[in-house]
Design a protein around this ligand. Structure first.
Ligand code: NA7
Length: 505
């Protein structure tokens, strides 16, 4: 938009972007905007970059996407220690990458965006910050994360616990673990990783499982110093891993498994998980405790190479009885038994439907995002929302979930957003948003398809919205890649400013 007024008092022409969040997706946006010479500010509530990887520090934290696939495509990393990276390594990667690409000076740390209000007269977003300041921007990139509001379990007496109780996403290094009696509530990826990591450190460990999980066996190995040296010398070796046909075939197979619940791919996953349980757990009673009563991949599949080993150690107990309450000394079960504990870890997940909320977001005509999302959070192709011009999300609602690299997903979404910005950059319009009709059609198709995915096959999980419909992309990964390669511009409305449409689809 060559004649567009500049924002935030900066000199020069062009659009000004406000990026919300300096995690993986926000840093991606920042780096790409910096490379393109755009004006932008990243607002970050915390005092460091890293998002999820800054917030989560629990023992055993590991990304279950192979390390070389969980990196930006433009910034391969030779230093990964193992096939799956530890959380602390990933945090280091993001810190280094942010420094290397020169985006740190553009990040306002300690500045949470509390409000985004669309100004229809000026065609700008007016931002309120936790610092009491205000800012304006032509474009908002909401990269505020998905799993960032810890869900505390509603268990009677939790506050009465005399030991240390803490949520997995609020880990404290002073929590007694070594030689302590530790209990872990929750059996998602987080609980499984914590149990595996703490088994050898705790005196005793109880894993409270409301629902058992299917465990997918995966390879795990360390990279040697020689291999890392080779990666440094020859980054093409890293590309070969990233682009490995077997890896991508597995991704495609996985989405076919999700979408074709009676096909050969899901049958293979189910068999692998079943064989893992049958062959890895020797005690028949324990095997039955660990056997889920729903289909594999209905909940997010747990990838682990060592959980079954950990729970077969003599200091570990898998507890399937219902929890009656927490008492000062430990956890009381419904059948009256007490597990005395020093430390109680709540690996009970997150409120996965929040996205940018609780930030107040108001679009055209005072339209509130909270109202638009009153049934379920939604966005056209997971990126944009009718009535919210120039507002784009990375890793927003209805995007692919599963065992994929969210970095790859965000990069594809960024490409899509880039196409949407072209008419604004050319000065042909002051704003762009999807049409309500296009979005309604998308949601109708998506919901119908989502109901018949494996996620909707009859289990509880954070994949389901409040009405029980899977909230995710319900088609194949190839379909997602194809959709993100270029938007259908006829589904978008361009406004020239002063609220007059210049083109409508
Ligand atoms: P998840 O996958 O949402 O798992 C939460 C776990 O906590 C799950 O096993 C729940 O059992 C259990 N839970 C929740 N509330 C309770 C109560 N009140 N009592 C007993 N058990 C409870 O969260 P994670 O942090 O493990 O993983 C989230 C994502 O992070 C993961 O998928 C990766 O993408 C990274 P339930 O199954 O509901 O019976």
């Amino acid at each position: 938009m060559s004649n567009h007024r500049n924002r935030n008092g900066q000199d020069g022409e062009g659009l000004h972007f406000a990026v919300i969040g300096a995690g993986m997706a926000g840093l991606l946006a920042a780096i790409r905007l910096h490379q393109a010479g755009e004006h932008f500010t990243v607002y970050e509530k915390a005092d460091r970059v890293g998002g999820t990887w800054r917030e989560n520090r629990y023992p055993g934290l590991t990304c279950d996407v192979p390390a070389h696939a969980y990196t930006y495509s433009f910034e391969p990393y030779a230093e990964w220690q193992a096939y799956y990276a530890k959380g602390s390594e990933i945090q280091t990667y993001f810190e280094r990458t942010a420094e290397k690409y020169g985006v740190m000076p553009h990040i306002r740390f300690g500045a949470e965006v509390t409000a985004c209000i669309w100004d229809e007269v000026e065609n700008i977003w007016r931002l309120g910050l936790s610092t009491g300041e205000t800012a304006v921007a032509d474009i908002v990139i909401a990269a505020s994360g998905v799993l960032h509001h810890p869900r505390m379990p509603d268990i009677e007496g939790l506050d009465s616990f005399a030991g240390t109780a803490l949520h997995s996403a609020r880990w404290r290094d002073d929590a007694p673990v070594d030689g302590a009696r530790v209990g872990i509530i929750g059996n998602g990826s987080t609980g499984v990783q914590i149990v595996t990591a703490l088994q050898s450190r705790a005196a005793s460990l109880v894993h409270f499982q409301r629902s058992p999980q299917w465990i997918m066996p995966v390879p795990y190995f360390q990279y040697s110093d020689e291999e890392r040296e080779a990666f440094r010398r020859e980054p093409a070796l890293i590309d070969a891993i990233r682009n490995d046909k077997d890896y991508w075939d597995a991704i495609y197979r996985f989405t076919h498994a999700i979408t074709d619940t009676h096909g050969p791919e899901i049958a293979m996953i189910e068999q692998l998980c079943l064989d893992n349980l049958e062959n890895s757990v020797s005690d028949a009673a324990l095997r039955e405790k660990l056997r889920p009563d729903y289909r594999a991949a209905c909940k997010r599949l747990i990838y682990s190479w060592s959980y079954y080993d950990a729970v077969q150690q003599p200091n570990v107990e898998v507890e399937r009885e219902a929890i009656a309450r927490v008492e000062p000394d430990g956890v009381r079960m419904a059948d009256g038994r007490l597990h005395p504990l020093d430390t109680l870890v709540l690996a009970t997940g997150f409120h996965a439907d929040r996205f940018i909320r609780p930030t107040t977001v108001m679009g055209r005509d005072g339209l509130s995002l909270d109202d638009v999302w009153s049934v379920r959070p939604t966005a056209y192709y997971a990126v944009a929302i009718p009535g919210f011009p120039n507002f784009f999300m990375l890793n927003g609602p209805t995007g692919p979930v599963g065992n994929f690299s969210l970095i790859d997903i965000a990069e594809r979404q960024w490409n899509y957003i880039g196409h949407l910005l072209e008419p604004l950059r050319r000065g042909e319009a002051a704003s762009i948003e999807p049409s309500a009709q296009a979005h309604a059609d998308y949601e109708e198709r998506r919901i119908a398809a989502a109901r018949s995915t494996i996620f909707g096959s009859g289990c509880s999980s954070w994949y389901l919205d409040a009405t029980g419909v899977p909230s995710s992309w319900p088609w194949s990964y190839e379909a997602f890649a194809d959709a993100m390669s270029s938007p259908n511009m006829t589904d978008y409305i361009l406004h020239a400013g002063q609220d007059s449409a210049v083109a409508a689809g």
